[in-house]
Design a binder for this molecule. Structure first.
Ligand SMILES: Nc1ncnc2c1ncn2[C@@H]1O[C@H](COP(=O)(O)OP(=O)(O)OP(=O)(O)O)[C@@H](O)[C@H]1O
Ligand SMILES: Nc1ncnc2c1ncn2[C@@H]1O[C@H](COP(=O)(O)OP(=O)(O)OP(=O)(O)O)[C@@H](O)[C@H]1O
Ligand SMILES: [Mg+2]
Ligand SMILES: [Mg+2]
Lengths: 257, 257
């Protein structure tokens, strides 16, 4: 059983697209997978076709229950939604944006997600957690729960700037909360090898990360942008698209090897 | 004197690119302009070439002073950095990510930015505020301070999803805190008219926003992505690029008319 977080505080770099398609890809390889949406925007929830107006319980409810009654497993069990044979989802709605203030005074607020997942993690081969574009308490909980992280990265200047801060935050969480935390891969998304900027940023990243920079990149592929409007992953909807092939390649060669 | 916020909780839609280039464009038109960076990532600060390691005081210091001594104007005055003839900057660093917890117990925490700007706003024709990708206390302060907002929008499915929530938040701020708040324009960025998805999303937006949807769009333009790596706006560095022309068109026809 492995828990991987998809993190980067820079906005719009492909965290949700990576989380949804990797989770769907693992399910396609018959791995029992749970996708956790920890972003108040709830894009991963909608990306898998779940109607947010019909959801009765979300990650927010799990965290609030975890704060009060850490040993109670009923909330996390009733929140899980079955999406397909091997894929379950813990959904998120805007309620989750209240987490920062609701958990502020909780003792050990960084461990609440990890403890909540303990109640159900034995059922799964993989748990993938989509993080929001910030380094607040939700992303800290993702880093505390995960054994590894994937850092989706656009090869753009502003995205490069945020990396130092992200690495500092990962180092602190590793030191104080989760010693087993490691970076699995930095994954270039929406990658266009023809652009000068892309090549410059990639050179910088290779210098900074060495082999941690995945040599498999995710190309810019309109199908990855279109799939969410049908409420399905590109893996399921466009199995032969460039985006799907790249994500399956990453799953087979980096995650399942 | 007008204060405009650049807001959208969806990540990576072009908030910073819009804020930096609109501020630089207004300065080019000899309008005394202040750009306020309210995102802990500090991309607008770097985008204008300011070295974050040399900054002595940031927006965070202004907000903390504002909480304690609202009548003291010395912090905001010493934090302002002159960037060019008609352009000043209030910078941001990662310190700003402590705002949510530091202001949680402050009475009227939504008004602290607005009060701080009061000390210096008479010096300017325009104040442009770049917001972070969230609907937390920083974005609420931006909405409370601004008379109008520009909502940069990528014509993508996930970006569409966040709009309802953003509109709800704007409506609440307008009702309870800032009755003069209005949406100036929703501005399509990185716009590719050839893509089917773009056209579908644009149709939805026209239905939803009518004339509030700017008929001037910002095209995908590599120069807008490259300029920040030189620490300058595309307006100053690539004056004839498609991106610059579009932003100047928006400034001349929407903001200065
Ligand atoms: N490889 C790709 N090719 C084409 N479009 C992509 C690709 N990856 C992501 N996108 C699109 O780019 C936009 C940003 O991606 P996404 O929302 O997954 O990023 P994110 O990091 O989760 O954003 P946020 O910071 O708001 O959570 C989305 O509209 C998505 O559909
Ligand atoms: N019109 C454009 N053409 C090409 N690239 C663009 C354009 N607008 C923005 N970009 C690039 O797209 C990326 C996202 O833009 P930007 O960082 O301005 O968005 P943002 O909304 O401020 O992101 P965040 O949510 O992280 O604050 C950046 O790397 C930027 O350089
Ligand atoms: Mg996301
Ligand atoms: Mg930004």
């Amino acid at each position: 059983m492995a828990i991987w977080g998809i993190v980067n505080q820079k906005g719009g770099v492909g965290k949700t697209t990576t989380a949804v398609n990797i989770a769907a890809g693992l399910a396609k390889r018959n791995k029992k997978t749970l996708l956790v949406d920890s972003d108040p925007q709830g894009n991963a929830t909608t990306g898998l076709g779940v109607d947010k107006t019909e959801i009765k319980s979300t990650l927010y409810d799990i965290l609030m229950e975890g704060k009060k009654n850490p040993d109670n497993s009923s909330t996390v069990k009733k929140t899980i939604i079955k999406v397909s044979d091997c894929l379950d989802l813990i959904p998120a709605t805007m309620d989750l944006s209240g987490t920062e203030s609701s958990l502020l005074d909780a003792v050990g607020k960084e461990y609440i997600l990890k403890e909540s997942l303990k109640h159900i993690q034995k059922k799964y081969d993989w748990i993938i957690i989509d993080a929001p574009p910030s380094l607040g308490i939700l992303t800290i909980n993702v880093l505390s729960s995960a054994s590894s992280v994937i850092v989706p990265m656009q090869s753009e200047f502003y995205a490069l700037e945020g990396l130092t801060q992200l690495m500092k935050t990962i180092a602190i969480v590793k030191k104080r909360i989760n010693p087993s935390l490691s970076i699995a891969k930095v994954l270039l998304t929406m990658y266009d090898p023809r652009s000068k900027l892309s090549r410059q940023v990639t050179e910088e990243l290779t210098g900074y990360f060495g082999t941690k920079l995945s040599d498999i990149t995710i190309p810019k592929n309109i199908k990855l942008g279109e799939a969410p409007s049908y409420g399905k992953s590109a893996i399921d909807l466009f199995p032969t698209s460039k985006g799907t092939v790249a994500y399956m390649d990453f799953i087979d060669k980096v995650m399942l090897l």
